[in-house]
Ligand binder design. Structure first.
Ligand SMILES: Nc1nc2c(c(=O)[nH]1)N[C@H]1C(S)=C(S)[C@@H](COP(=O)(O)O)O[C@H]1N2
Ligand SMILES: [Mo]
Length: 250
């Protein structure tokens, strides 16, 4: 078959060109308008309100899809790095006395339990080697040991507590704090962690106890847990207050 070529007149070429430029102009104008409009919007938790709305909608979609049986990919021991990056030192203040540390566990009725590291070490020990991801864009395969939060909850009779929607964690000096949805806390790969690479957790990695929660980005893996509490409303969250997503799911 022979191809028929349409020959455009000079006037037609001019019209098409004008139309193209018109579309380009409209597109740029709309972008500038949207950008200016966005800048004028109020903020909510340090994020512009419309953007915060997008984060919240994403959260409701992804938390609705959350499946506790879906596990993060795990690796072999040899794949774990020996030089583990240290990132984020909020709440890791100098005056900390590890010898007098106990985990403060605030029960739903307001009573507190004070639990030593030795007691935590008596609970069933488990390990995980997974790819630790920070929202800054780096990731590392790392190896951790500790007790599953779900086993810990069983041992300490946290029945009422684990029916609440959130857990809140904070450092002993209250400088760094995170909030976590209970489904992610009860996920089988979520650990109260006291070992790294088969050795006690180093001080700068959160000694004596940190959270390891592979279904979340690094920000939520709070180092040096001081207090843990439970609630039906979102506990305060350090990076959420500075404009980041609350959920931070992977
Ligand atoms: N107490 C405390 N925990 C924290 C942080 C922090 O600043 N302070 N930073 C978080 C962030 S952003 C990341 S990526 C991981 C880094 O863990 P690492 O230092 O063991 O690599 O810790 C998280 N836990
Ligand atoms: Mo991070």
């Amino acid at each position: 078959m022979e191809k028929t070529q349409k020959i455009l007149t000079a006037a037609q070429v001019r019209n098409k060109t004008l139309l193209s430029f018109l579309f380009l102009f409209l597109f740029i104008a709309a972008s500038v308008f949207t950008w200016k409009w966005l800048q004028k919007q109020p903020t909510e938790q340090a994020a512009l309100k419309p953007l915060r709305k997008v984060l919240d909608v994403n959260e409701s979609i992804f938390s609705g899809m959350f499946n506790s049986n879906r596990l993060a990919k795990t690796y072999r021991k040899e794949q774990a790095v020996s030089k583990v990056r240290v990132n984020g030192n909020y709440g890791m203040s100098e005056g900390f006395d590890p010898a007098s540390w106990k985990l403060t566990l605030v029960k739903a009725n307001g009573d507190s339990l004070f639990i030593s590291l030795d007691e935590i070490k008596k609970l069933p020990r488990t390990e995980i080697i997974f790819n630790f991801k920070c929202i800054e864009g780096w990731s590392q395969v790392t190896h951790w040991g500790g007790v599953r939060f779900s086993d810990f909850a069983k041992k300490y009779g946290l029945v009422e507590e684990t029916q609440l929607q959130f857990a809140g964690l904070r450092t002993p000096d209250n400088e760094y704090y995170v909030g976590l949805d209970m489904k992610s806390m009860m996920h089988p790969q979520t650990l109260l962690c006291y070992e790294m690479n088969n050795a006690p957790l180093p001080m700068n990695q959160g000694y004596p106890l940190r959270l390891i929660i592979p279904v979340k980005y690094g920000v939520k893996h709070l180092k040096r847990i001081g207090t843990m509490f439970f609630s039906n409303s979102r506990p305060p969250d350090y990076w959420y207050e500075r404009g980041y997503d609350y959920y931070c799911g992977l």
